[in-house]
Design a protein around this ligand. Sequence first.
Ligand code: RIB
Length: 282
Amino acid sequence: QLRGGGSRTLAYVVLDTSNPFFTDVAEGVQEAADGAGLALFLCNSAEDSTRQASFLDLLEQQRVEGVLITPVDAADPRITALAGRGTPVVIVDRGAGPEGCSVTVDDVLGGDLAVTHLLETGHRRIAFVGGPRAIGQVADRITGSEKAAARAPDADLVILETAALNVAEGRRAGERIAGMPAARRPTAAFCANDLLALGLLQQMVRLGLRVPDDLAIVGYDDIEFAEAAAVPLTSVSQPRQLLGRTAAELLLEEARAPEQHRHQQVVFAPELVVRASTRLRP
Ligand code: RIB
């Protein structure tokens, strides 16, 4: 039984619908909503906190049963305020403090898995491509990369910070890498998501460079396009649908029995999927 008086609707405020990672998460949310016989509102903040704020107002007015959100800024006080006024909230793919529910994937482990794989396949000059660092996920993936690199004293990890996590920024990173003097140029790149990795791969091809021979590439998320790329991408896989489904189930649990509900921070483990964009070096 839900709160009653509500709209029998859940909402997911998505950060960026142009990133298939989030549409996969939304699929998981939809499954849980279907299972509970609820309708789902999908709102795209498009990484704009003003849009996000007006969606939150609107959803509260609509008396939705609860709000799932991948926020522009996880510390946005409007989110805590909404929860404080009685609308259950679960943060998806960004951390929440102990005062809220969240469902995330261990990004430090993900960064570690990616760079360990590159070290094991013989690379020593490795670039981390991603940014801005202010995104918690990016910072954690860097921390994981540094942890792995620290275990190989002869490894050289350079951080190429990008302005966003998209294909265009991946292409720009490709220009930067190709412009480096050969002796200093990385032989491998770990990208903070697959969109960056796909842009980087495209730029390498445009410049006549070979993947993985001139540059091995690891992406992150394992979206469907990772496998479909001209050179299938090695990627750190996140359980995207499971992330969405679990978050929606937590939300429904709170909506059904708010008094018994205890906030939880669920963390899943990522897995490395090896494909042709990385290959053993002799
Ligand atoms: O902000 C977007 C990124 O964060 C996604 O590509 C995915 O990696 C998520 O964790």
